[in-house]
Design a protein around this ligand. Structure first.
Ligand code: G3P
Ligand code: MG
Length: 234
């Protein structure tokens, strides 16, 4: 079972920050999940439309200028102040073999996103990028544009025909909230050739259950702990 750091190693450093991502990149894990918003002609790494929770400033992302956004504090890690990153800053980190899972929160133009990735990370293999979203229109657009990335169908619910719908969409992954996970879904997804991810998993009991179900990946706030538990219990 693979491990994605959820919002970077967000249990160890401010979520989606450089420190959280770097901690994750230094761990023996599969990949790093971050949240992406289109912002002006750029992309920024943050989870919420409003920045209140992550910066303490009650402003809406899209009401800020680039300068205002760059000046915001996104917390600190071991005395190092953290800011809200652009996607270009993330792509410039050392990805080696790790997978960068871009969870698309709000994107205006998928072709623009692809061109941006290719401009800022021309040498990063497409196979190391996974595009995932709760907004399945973005996944459909990526498919229609034939973007060269795996696609992850995110869901926080367990609709009827979930695996069949995700298969029809051409997705590679279904990633589902732990609260909704159901063994029949895992089997149905696997029978259709889909990989199954589960978020957000930090409890050993949950990891053991997911190992027994042969789930393919978990998203963990403490990815190092999850990876070590899996190593000892697989
Ligand atoms: O991508 C998996 C997970 O991050 C989805 O939920 O709210 O943490 O972005 P959320
Ligand atoms: Mg996310």
């Amino acid at each position: 079972m693979k491990v994605f750091a959820h919002r970077g190693a967000s249990g160890e450093a401010p979520e989606n920050s450089r420190a959280a991502i770097q901690i994750a990149l230094d761990l023996p894990i599969f990949g790093v999940e971050i949240d992406v918003f289109a912002f002006d002609d750029d992309y920024v790494i943050t989870h919420d439309r409003w920045l209140t929770r992550t910066t303490g400033i009650a402003r809406r992302l899209n009401d800020l200028t680039k300068g205002e956004l760059a000046a915001l504090s996104a917390g600190e890690c071991q005395g190092h102040p953290q800011s809200i990153l652009t996607l270009a800053e993330v792509l410039a980190l050392g990805w080696d073999e790790k997978v960068l899972n871009l969870e698309l929160k709000s994107i205006a133009d998928m072709q623009h996103l692809h061109d941006y990735i290719k401009t800022h990370a021309p040498d990063l293999p497409s196979g190391q990028i996974l595009l995932s979203s709760f907004n399945h229109h973005y996944l459909a657009s990526a498919r229609q544009l034939q973007l060269p990335y795996e696609r992850g169908w995110l869901t926080a619910s367990l609709p009827l025909q979930l695996a069949a719908t995700a298969e029809d969409s051409g997705s590679d992954w279904i990633s589902i909230d732990m609260a909704m996970l159901d063994e029949a879904l895992v089997k149905d997804a696997h029978a259709r050739g889909l990989k199954v991810g589960v978020y957000t998993v930090d409890e050993e009991d949950d990891l053991a259950l997911l190992l027994s179900m042969q789930v393919d990946a978990v998203f963990a706030n403490h990815p190092g702990r999850a990876a070590e538990f899996i190593r000892q219990n697989r």
